[in-house]
Design a protein around this ligand. Structure first.
Ligand code: HEC
Length: 132
């Protein structure tokens, strides 16, 4: 095999595995901040965030579902076995009740893929302590 065809093959492999993992475009955190207005009725994020109708969303990247201290989660969420990363989060936020049947998050989801890319870019930029 010639070197350039090896490179093309490797590039295709990367692309295919990214698509397989459900990982999309990088997303725009500033656009995500605007979309977060839809979440803000129930969720807080940032340095002074407190649990509300929904749990604080700081440090979501790498967090196990249902583990934010002091929030009363549904069994469905707690027992989902999900660890939040880009792929699991985007699947969830497309249709929360589909990914976690019985969740008490009544939000219907974000049908638009770009919105999901952007909200992940925004949300995952907050560390556990609410700083960015
Ligand atoms: C109507 C209120 C409401 C809205 C709006 C809402 N959520 Fe939620 N969300 C909840 C509740 C309640 C839970 C806890 C679910 C459970 O315990 O079953 C939750 C859980 C979550 C979780 C899981 C957290 C964890 O610790 O496991 C994520 C992630 C999440 N919401 C993201 C979002 C995003 C992003 C938006 C906006 C696009 C949003 N939510 C909009 C109420 C809401």
């Amino acid at each position: 095999m010639r070197l350039d065809s090896i490179a093309a093959f490797a590039a295709f492999g990367l692309f295919a595995s990214a698509a397989w993992a459900g990982v999309g475009d990088p997303g725009d955190p500033e656009a995500g901040a605007k979309i977060f207005q839809k979440c803000h009725a129930c969720h807080n994020i940032g340095p002074d965030a407190k649990n509300a109708v929904g749990p604080v969303l700081n440090g979501i990247k790498g967090r196990k579902a249902g583990t934010y201290p002091g929030f009363n989660y549904s069994d469905a969420n707690k027992n989902s076995g999900i660890t939040w990363d880009e792929a699991t989060f985007k699947e969830y936020i497309a249709a929360p009740q589909k990914k976690i049947p019985g969740t008490k998050m009544t939000f219907p989801g974000l049908p638009n893929e770009k919105d999901r890319d952007d909200i992940w870019a925004y949300e995952s930029s907050f560390k556990e302590d609410g700083s960015r």
